[in-house]
Design a binder for this molecule. Structure first.
Ligand SMILES: [Mg+2]
Length: 381
């Protein structure tokens, strides 16, 4: 997103010049290091860094010429297209601003195709258009890197996109190449993704408690009476309106209370060599939800865990083996490659499949799935 779709460097340079008019700031497009903060001299370095951390920066960026048209053209051509972007933990509003920016420029249907992740290798795809000079992560990627031409990636091999008007020249050959679907599955570690609302934080109990406190005159039913997933299908109109108001309150996702035992399970999995990520949707009508989720993880579980967060609306794009999630039925643009482990809640009692009632017993559920995965890998080899 930054640089291929949003004029990030231009935006940072403009803001740095505005905030630090006395500092000499080089023009956008002249930096030959992807990580230019490491090679830029003071005081320019600090001025640029300061601009990068400013709340609101990511809302103000200009769209790169032709990027949204190309995105729509791909969808019209019958391709699946998603936007995959790395949020900044240093900028407190980056994640939410990126989603708001997509909403503004492309509409909700584009935002629903967004993935904010620090690791792009766990996202399934055939081609990734990216300006970064090299892209690594937990997995061998399923996609081919199409290099979005920039001053700092001139030595990166592979197909090269110079502007969006000619995207077919790079993408069509990849589409025509027969590919082993999701070939990386044989070459990567066993991977578990935890949903956040309910498995990690007490979403229902906290939202209900806050809604009751703010609306003493309205009956707000307890979680035990939530026997279905879709709130409008069973809540009274005033109850639904009150709960929706709470859900959309800025900051509410920063204050959710932690579920006991999941943090320990998460880090035990990592210790045992399992790749673990947190895959969570953003409440798109809450203007700070995405950023608040990252801040919550960073404050409560630490920066290692926050860097394992993936904020996305469609979890079927995840290249994982297990998804632990309370949603009764998880669908999206793809046939999932993971097994859904149902996080036990009143509204998912009809959901089939393995079920987690206590995260401290994660091995009872995950070990058999990993054994099956190892056996299947041996059969395929
Ligand atoms: Mg959930």
């Amino acid at each position: 997103m930054d640089r291929p779709m949003a004029s990030w460097e231009e935006g940072v340079v403009d803001l740095a010049r505005k905030l630090h008019p006395d500092v000499d700031i080089a023009d956008a497009g002249t930096r030959t290091d992807y990580y230019f903060l490491k090679t830029t001299a003071e005081p320019e370095r600090s001025a640029m860094h300061d601009a990068m951390k400013q709340p609101g920066l990511y809302r103000t960026l200009n769209a790169v010429d032709g990027s949204f048209d190309a995105f729509q053209d791909m969808l019209d051509a019958g391709d699946e297209a998603f936007i995959c972007s790395t949020p900044s933990l240093e900028n407190p509003t980056c994640a939410s601003d990126k989603l708001a920016w997509l909403d503004q420029r492309g509409g909700r249907q584009v935002t629903e195709r967004s993935v904010l992740t620090f690791d792009k290798t766990i996202i399934l795809g055939d081609a990734l258009v990216d300006d970064k000079h090299e892209i690594h992560g937990a997995h061998t990627p399923t996609w081919e890197h199409v290099v979005y031409d920039s001053a700092y990636n001139q030595n990166t091999p592979g197909p090269r996109l110079r502007n969006w008007q000619t995207w077919r020249n790079q993408i069509d050959p990849i589409r025509r190449t027969p590919r082993n679907d999701f070939r990386s599955r044989e070459q990567r570690p066993f991977t578990v993704v935890w949903d956040m609302d309910e498995p990690i934080v007490h979403w229902y109990d906290d939202i209900i408690r806050k809604t009751r406190a703010d609306n003493p005159g309205i009956r707000i039913r307890p979680k035990e009476e939530h026997l279905r997933w879709e709130l409008p299908s069973f809540l009274e109109p005033d109850e639904l309106e009150a709960i929706t108001r709470t859900m959309n309150t800025p900051g509410v996702y920063k204050d959710l209370t932690e579920v006991e035992g999941t943090r320990q399970a998460f880090f035990e999995m990592l210790d045992e060599g399992i790749e673990v990520f947190i895959g969570t949707a953003s409440a798109l009508d809450n203007p700070t939800c995405a950023s608040d989720k990252l801040i919550w993880l960073n404050d409560n579980w630490g920066s290692d865990a926050a860097h394992r967060a993936v904020i996305l609306q469609d979890k079927t794009i995840l290249d994982a083996d297990v998804l632990i999630d309370d949603k009764p039925k998880i669908t999206g643009r793809f046939q999932p490659v993971w097994t859904h482990v149902v996080w036990d809640d009143p509204y998912n009692q009809q959901s089939p499949g393995p079920r987690m009632t206590d995260p401290r017993n994660w091995r009872e559920i995950v070990y058999p799935l990993r054994e099956k995965w190892e056996w299947e890998r041996k059969q395929a080899a």
